[in-house]
Design a protein around this ligand. Structure first.
Ligand SMILES: [Zn+2]
Length: 249
């Protein structure tokens, strides 16, 4: 079937950007990085170098972070992955700042992108992130093809099946129950659906996740399926999160 969309027939094809980001700094991150490399996809790895939610042996060590930094952007994710709204402003500022300093010491380069742990933050903490020298900050808001504000960057799809995506799947499937069920049950289906829509309409397709979660769910094949689908597209600009700055509001 050869359907001609308005986007295809116009001389100005929609501008399509693909970016990916991966949180926490886990020992499985290099496995994810190898997969991105295979498909020549960019990635931003947001790392909390002393993440208290991981056993020390599960934290990506400095040598691993340096190795990732050779090919990918490294972003700040606080020092210990504390929930920012539970901290005083002074303590939050310290977490944000010291996480950045530790990463910069490890990789020997400026770290300018940040990700709020669990996507939790207060309006005041957005200012703290900016004051700490970050120019871009990612949230965990999904289902967007518009990058949004630079310090509250949205995303498109999480590499994880969220139960709350049921109504969204039904809407995206335009009421077709079988299609909705597939979108709901499989995040790879949802990701491919969003990417194809981005190709038609233009925008930023932002896939993000956690290597440890992909492992826990046995989802490496789903991730590879999505990466294979979104890679090597001549009409797509592949960018790190940092490079989205020029597209953000
Ligand atoms: Zn995190």
């Amino acid at each position: 079937m050869n359907t001609t969309t308005s986007a295809d027939s116009s001389t100005d094809r929609p501008r399509v950007t693909v970016t990916t980001s991966w949180d926490d700094g886990h020992v499985l991150d290099p496995r994810l990085a190898a997969l991105l490399s295979r498909y020549r996809l960019p990635g931003t790895f947001y790392i909390a170098p002393r993440n208290l939610e991981f056993a020390p042996a599960d934290r990506l060590p400095a040598a691993g972070i340096r190795e990732l930094a050779e090919q990918f952007e490294i972003g700040g994710h606080t020092l210990t992955h504390r929930r920012l709204p539970q901290l005083s402003d002074a303590a939050a500022a310290e977490e944000i700042r010291t996480g950045r300093i530790e990463l910069e010491d490890i990789i020997g380069r400026p770290v300018t992108s940040f990700c709020y742990p669990r996507g939790e933050y207060t309006p005041e903490q957005v200012q703290l992130v900016e004051q700490a020298g970050f120019t871009l900050a990612r949230t965990v808001r999904r289902s967007s093809l518009a990058p949004g504000r630079a310090l509250e960057l949205g995303t498109t799809v999480n590499a994880y099946a969220h139960r709350v995506d049921g109504p969204l799947a039904l809407r995206l499937a335009a009421g077709r129950p079988w299609r909705a069920a597939r979108l709901f049950l499989a995040w790879d289906e949802l990701a491919i659906h969003w990417f194809d829509r981005c190709l038609r309409e233009g925008g930023v397709f932002h896939l993000w996740g956690h290597s440890w979660e992909v492992e826990a769910r046995g989802d490496w094949w789903r991730l590879e399926r999505v990466l294979a689908h979104i890679a090597f597209r001549p009409q797509v600009a592949y960018r790190t999160n940092r490079e989205l700055l020029q597209l953000a509001a």
